[in-house]
Write a protein that binds this ligand. Structure first.
Ligand SMILES: NC(=O)c1ccc[n+]([C@@H]2O[C@H](COP(=O)([O-])OP(=O)(O)OC[C@H]3O[C@@H](n4cnc5c(N)ncnc54)[C@H](OP(=O)(O)O)[C@@H]3O)[C@@H](O)[C@H]2O)c1
Length: 274
């Protein structure tokens, strides 16, 4: 498959634009899954003058849901599968070997964890199908873009691994994935199996911010962007910031509203700042 720079630029620009659209939309209203799905439904009931109804399980009246484990597996799988298949079916090993190694080690490494480990450990509430369709589409699109670029287009000098961009990017990526995995672990430990209630997260970066898992993920993808120094990776990092940055903000507001004992010094996404 030849490299088409126009295709890469167009797909990357679209991804960045999609991120900015997301930011605009989700700054006002959070994406409806997890705690925000239930909360929004309660708000709608209140507006309609119906009594409050706190309940466990999926919010009612919002379409079909899938168990969280199944939904996360299906959603994240294409981001691992599509670049892996592209890599396996490439015609010649000459093509961007360092690009291939970065794609495998960093991008596919993250999605291997998300698909085959995170999915099976999650204790989340059932996931709305509507959100899942978008997630599957997004992971397929992004998996193709990052895979196609790294396998067929990326070219790096022989000493790229010694460059400041690669080493600082890799460091950011590893710190980010460490924070993300640790924070997701803390969230999981807040619940016993089968439980669906929300508690105040404690420990790790949660001591400073409500969206510690999101902070880690954003750091991770900016690290990947710096290490690969590519338009597709920067577009993905921007998309991630625009998608889960507002989610951290809405989580923070939810905690402050819900728990009177919520630590006042804790910020939403950036320690001591925001
Ligand atoms: N790259 C991207 O664009 C992108 C987009 C979305 C997500 N992600 C990543 O995917 C992972 C999951 O995302 P998410 O949006 O589901 O994160 P989340 O809203 O923080 O939830 C993560 C898990 O923890 C549970 N949880 C959250 N707060 C809790 C609390 N206070 N008490 C008890 N349990 C709690 C959730 O249960 P419930 O489901 O029941 O709320 C869910 O199972 C994160 O690591 C995130 O960075 C990445």
């Amino acid at each position: 498959m030849p490299c088409s720079p126009i295709l890469v630029d167009a797909l990357s620009a679209f991804l960045a634009a999609l991120g900015l659209l997301h930011l605009r939309r989700n700054s006002r209203r959070p994406i409806r899954y997890g705690k925000h799905e239930q909360e929004e439904e309660e708000e709608e009931r209140e507006e309609e003058g119906k009594p409050k109804r706190r309940r466990e399980g999926p919010a009612s009246g919002q379409g079909a849901h899938l168990p969280a484990r199944c939904a996360w597996f299906l959603q994240e799988l294409p981001a691992f599968l599509v670049p892996s298949l592209l890599l396996a079916s490439r015609a010649s090993p000459r093509l961007a070997p360092l690009g291939c190694r970065m794609l495998l080690g960093m991008f596919c490494g993250h999605y291997f964890y998300r698909t085959f480990i995170y999915s099976f450990l999650t204790r989340g509430r059932p996931f709305p199908l509507k959100t899942l369709y978008f997630g599957i589409l997004f992971c397929t699109y992004n998996g193709f873009l990052q895979g196609y670029y790294m396998i067929y287009c990326a070219e790096y000098p022989d000493d790229w691994c010694n460059s400041l961009r690669f080493t600082s990017g890799l460091l950011l990526f590893l710190s980010g994935i460490g924070i993300n995995i640790h924070s997701d672990h803390i969230l999981r430990q807040l619940r016993k199996p089968g439980e669906l209630t929300y508690k105040i997260p404690q420990g790790g970066l949660f001591a400073y911010i409500s969206g510690a898992n999101f902070f880690g993920e954003i750091l991770e993808w900016f690290g990947y962007a710096v290490a690969t120094w590519s338009f597709p990776a920067f577009a993905f990092a921007l998309f991630t910031l625009c998608c889960i940055g507002p989610r951290a903000y809405h989580h923070h507001r939810y905690y402050v509203r819900t728990f009177s004992s919520y630590p006042r010094s804790r910020k939403a996404l950036i320690p001591f700042i925001f």
